[in-house]
Design a protein around this ligand. Structure first.
Ligand code: DER
Length: 220
């Protein structure tokens, strides 16, 4: 419950930042999901005109259902963006991707001049990789090659992410596979080393991005 309360508090902080005319990149995950109801309320109550660029089918569907108008990167660049994270270290480096939307999330964050990462304090870590593996989105037929290259980068354990509602692996919204990669240590150029492997589409490492982190302390 305390996580939920913390998530709600930081979600409410984000909603108060929204202003008339904003084009907002909306990340994925349960913390972001909580903001949508309050955003819909503001649109209704104030006649607010905003546009949301979603990072997943789940967020697109929720926005459509709640009456939050959608647009895309074909028509707009976002004024700002908000998203969750799995881990935040003291340098504001992130691990994201538990929800499997990391490619579009990183595209939105890279396309946006200002990014808020909203987390409850359970996400704060001293060392990146201490609680979550690094998700790596992989072109399906490249999986053996990528696993080998990740091991050469020091990966200790590599797990193909299996689906819940179907047999076999998770297939991302870009028709790729996800590897959850465990490292003992993650240095600051690991994001680029992983991205340089042929067959890697993207990873859930966000190192040196322009982000503001909003943390909600959980109730005791
Ligand atoms: O998958 C993601 O990157 C999400 O943003 C995730 O990291 C945060 O999800 P949560 O808000 O449900 O913890």
């Amino acid at each position: 419950i305390s996580n939920r309360a913390g998530k709600q508090r930081v979600a409410d902080q984000i909603v108060s930042k929204i202003k008339e005319g904003d084009v907002i990149g909306v990340g994925s995950g349960s913390t972001v999901y909580l903001t949508l109801f309050a955003i819909a309320e503001r649109i209704k109550a104030e006649g607010l005109n905003i546009l949301a660029i979603p990072t997943s089918i789940e967020i697109s569907m929720a926005c459509s259902k709640l009456g939050i108008p959608l647009t895309s990167l074909y028509e707009h660049k976002p004024n700002w963006c908000f998203d969750g994270a799995d881990e935040v270290d003291p340098d504001k480096s992130l691990i994201k991707g538990r929800g499997g939307a990391l490619f579009k999330e990183k595209l939105l964050i890279s396309s946006s001049p200002l990014n808020y990462i909203i987390v409850d304090d359970s996400k704060l870590v001293d060392k990146l990789g201490s609680k979550f593996p690094v998700p790596v989105e992989v072109f399906p037929q490249a999986v053996l090659h990528v696993e080998e290259a990740l091991k050469a980068l020091g990966a200790k354990d590599i797990v193909l992410r299996l689906a819940g509602g179907k047999d076999g692996p998770v297939i991302t919204e870009n028709n790729n596979l996800l590897l959850d990669v465990h490292f003992d240590s993650i240095d600051k150029d690991m994001e680029h080393k992983i991205k340089a492997i042929t067959g890697v589409i993207e990873s859930g490492l966000f190192i040196n991005y322009s982000i503001e982190v909003l943390v909600a302390a959980n109730d005791a």
